[in-house]
Design a protein around this ligand. Structure first.
Ligand code: ADP
Ligand code: MG
Length: 702
């Protein structure tokens, strides 16, 4: 029985035992045979080629050679203590060096003994050597599955110091495959395998760990990646099907006086064509009687807030309440003020609820929400707390929170007998592959047009040594009536130092821009909200020329007169963050600038990021570059809260074609058999439940 074998505790695999099992579990999360089998190599190296020592140079990548030990000895003391061995193969001699495990290796490398040696050549004192090479006894090779391509597995320092190297993991995989090969039961339906031309599960696992040739390896990868992405998609597609089939939504059937009055008498400007189109899409959803789950994407400054306001008015016209949730207090307050402003004179009461709303105010708010007096509630996370209850919540809008996953959405749904419509707004462009994975159960609307008159922001890269030039430029802009942001990074681990940088920066700016001629405001996370707001207000009103801040202003802040964004230590920001920050300028009709300050020391990746920013303003291009540079990483992880899959072999940046194909297959199957009830699809249901034990849970919430 395969399930029994794969569920077996890893300590029972010959060569593991309780001690190593403990380590494997702790360091790599490998607890069972199945975990081990799906612990995939990160690369494969051709081990058929042997080098002659005379051919070896210090700039070669990994090389393999065969030779005999000439001599070996331990020299030096303390940190310089090392084992040096000389190996020869008839064409020359080469030095092998070890700094760790000396005694053990010394016993191994006796003069005259033959070895297959594998490692990366380095040059030291004009001499080529191999540091910590892998040594294999050519006569003592285990009886094992042979492969021309050797697999390499990630390990940790802890594992290495317990001698669980990549090679040892390879050996364990070898034993494991010896036990399970040929006995693994298929995890994809036969019909699907036939249709897709994928190889079977036994061949796939054999060839991913021990490729029997380059083409076999490719096929193994294709099968395993497909399977992983297919189940991911099946899960999403099915959730959506179940939801739209089962859930009766609220119908905003009419457009009433609030909307019409606003549209005709209060709208501050003509809507862009994209805003109009998106409004129509949302109207269609919310009026249909189905529950809406929609993602509204629009680059920074594209005018999402206005769309949100208009939908909330339609909700109010239908006697429903709305809430708008922002990621930070500053932003919530700003939204509240914007709304107050543009809804002035309309009979619609608006409330604000954040972490710093006082007890008494809160009580009043709660009452007014329950009575239905408040039609629109703006706030932070505070508004999904259970104590916040509505009379008739019809619409929940989530602004700028890619962190808002399935689980949080479920929380909002629980506020009503029938789930409100949900609109998630984001300026962080989500690459298609990611959107398909994380938001695959949402409909997507895109505002792909900026309001007229906007000029693309000009971006430049300055080294710290050009600070005088920067200050000169700032003076000119300020003299022309513009305002300037100066942003400092804030990273949790080095918070103390970051605040010091911020304070030093603030000081040097007030020295270069002395009061009273210049006013510089400061806003950062450690300040009390009142002081933060004072700083912000000064800047918003235009009474401060410069705003020095941490990334608290990262999302959403809207000061059209600010035309310069200076980002200090720009190399420490991720691409999407840089793009968000840049989006704070270029909101008026003036030419705006973004200046990325860095030191001269830049990693390749940081240089690439800066270059991307200088070269393009296109959010989607930036998101794609980001995904390629660092993988889905953070974004994926945080967006997925409530999302149980962990990608083991596929890469959302690189495997988009397989993903697309897997999605098509998942859709086709779901359309044919949404509940996966057909006998041929039973295997899918079983697998899905194994991967996502909450499958049923979710469909119940839905
Ligand atoms: P975002 O999509 O980044 O949230 P905002 O909603 O903050 O963008 O809008 C950015 C700026 O553009 C605001 O100052 C807003 O008043 C303005 N704006 C929105 N829609 C239009 C429009 N149709 N024409 C002109 N300006 C607009
Ligand atoms: Mg916004």
């Amino acid at each position: 029985m395969q399930t029994d074998i794969l569920d077996r505790d890893i300590k029972f695999l010959p060569g593991v035992g309780p001690k190593r099992a403990e380590l494997l579990k702790k360091e790599l999360g490998i607890a069972t045979f199945g975990d081990m089998l799906t612990y995939f190599p990160y690369k494969h190296v051709d081990r058929t080629k042997f080098y002659k020592i005379s051919q070896i140079t210090g700039d070669l990548p990994y090389i393999q050679l065969e030779g005999s030990i000439v001599s070996a000895g331990i020299t030096g003391s303390g940190r310089n203590r090392r084992l040096t061995a000389i190996i020869a193969d008839g064409t020359g001699q080469l030095e092998l060096v070890w700094f760790k495990g000396l005694r053990w290796i010394h016993d191994l490398v006796r003069p005259g003994k033959k070895f297959i040696v594998y490692g990366k050549p380095t040059t030291f004192n004009n001499k080529v050597n191999l540091v910590h090479p892998e040594m294999e006894d050519p006569d003592k090779q285990e009886k094992q599955i042979r492969s021309a391509l050797q697999s390499f597995y990630n390990t940790s320092e802890k594992l290495k110091s317990s001698f669980i190297t990549s090679r040892v993991i390879g050996k364990l995989q070898n034993r494991l495959l010896g036990l399970v090969y040929g006995k693994l039961e298929e995890t994809l339906p036969g019909k699907l395998i036939e249709k897709t031309g994928l190889i079977n599960i036994n061949e796939a696992f054999l060839n991913i760990h021990f490729p029997q040739g380059a083409d076999k390896l490719k096929k193994a990868e294709a099968r395993l990646k497909f399977e992983e992405l297919f189940y991911l998609q099946l899960n999403i597609v099915r959730q959506k099907a179940v939801r739209t089939g089962k859930v009766r939504g609220l119908a905003f059937s009419r457009v009433g006086s609030l909307f019409n009055d606003f549209y005709h008498n209060h709208l501050p400007f003509e809507l862009t064509a994209a805003q109009k189109r998106v409004l129509k899409e949302i109207r269609r959803d919310t009026g249909s009687g189905k529950q809406m789950n929609r993602l509204l994407q629009g680059d920074v400054g594209s005018g999402k807030t206005l769309v949100a306001v208009m939908i909330m008015l339609i909700a109010a016209d239908n006697r429903y309440q709305s809430c708008l949730m922002a990621p930070t207090e500053i932003l919530a307050v700003q939204h509240y003020n914007t709304l107050k402003n543009i809804l002035d004179g309309l009979p619609v009461e608006t409330g604000l609820l954040t972490g710093s709303t006082g007890k008494r105010e809160r009580k009043v708010l709660h009452e007014k929400l329950l009575s239905g007096e408040i039609k629109i509630l703006i706030g932070t996370h505070a508004l999904i707390e259970e104590s916040v209850q509505f009379e008739r919540l019809g619409l929940a809008i989530i602004d700028e929170q890619h962190r808002f996953g399935v689980a949080q959405r479920a929380k909002i749904w629980k506020k009503n007998l029938r789930p409100p419509h949900v609109l998630v707004m984001t300026a962080t462009p989500i690459p298609r592959t990611l959107a398909m994975t994380v938001y695959g159960d949402l409909e997507v609307s895109v505002i792909d047009e900026l309001p007229p008159g906007r000029k693309p922001v000009i971006t430049a890269h300055y080294y710290d040594t050009h600070r005088e030039r920067l200050f000169g430029f700032m003076r000119k802009q300020i003299a022309a009536g513009r305002q300037v942001y100066v942003v400092y990074p804030l990273i949790k681990e080095s918070e103390k130092m970051d605040y010091k940088d911020l304070e030093d920066g603030y000081e040097s700016i007030t020295r270069a821009f002395p009061p009273p001629g210049y006013v510089t405001a400061i806003v950062h996370g450690k300040m009390k909200i009142e002081n933060k707001e004072t700083g912000m207000k000064q800047f918003v009103k235009g009474s401060a020329h410069i705003l020095v801040s941490t990334t608290v202003i990262e999302v959403g802040v809207d000061v059209p007169n600010a035309s310069v964004m200076v980002i200090e230590s720009a190399e420490r920001f991720g691409l999407s963050q840089l793009h968000q920050l840049r989006g704070r300028v270029g909101r008026g009709s003036d030419q705006s600038f973004c200046i990325l300050m860095t030191s001269h020391k830049l990693s390749n990746e940081a240089r690439q990021r800066i270059k991307t920013m200088v070269n393009t303003n296109d959010g989607f291009e930036i998101a794609e570059a980001d995904l390629k540079l660092r993988g889905p990483g953070d974004m994926e992880g945080t967006m997925q809260s409530g999302f149980p899959f962990d990608l083991k072999i596929s890469h959302l940046g690189k495997d988009s074609r397989i993903l697309e194909y897997a999605r098509q297959q998942a859709i086709a199957i779901t359309e044919e058999d949404p509940m996966l009830e057909k006998p041929e699809n039973k295997i899918l249901y079983v697998q899905l439940r194994k991967l996502n034990p909450e499958v049923e849970e979710w469909s119940r919430i839905s």
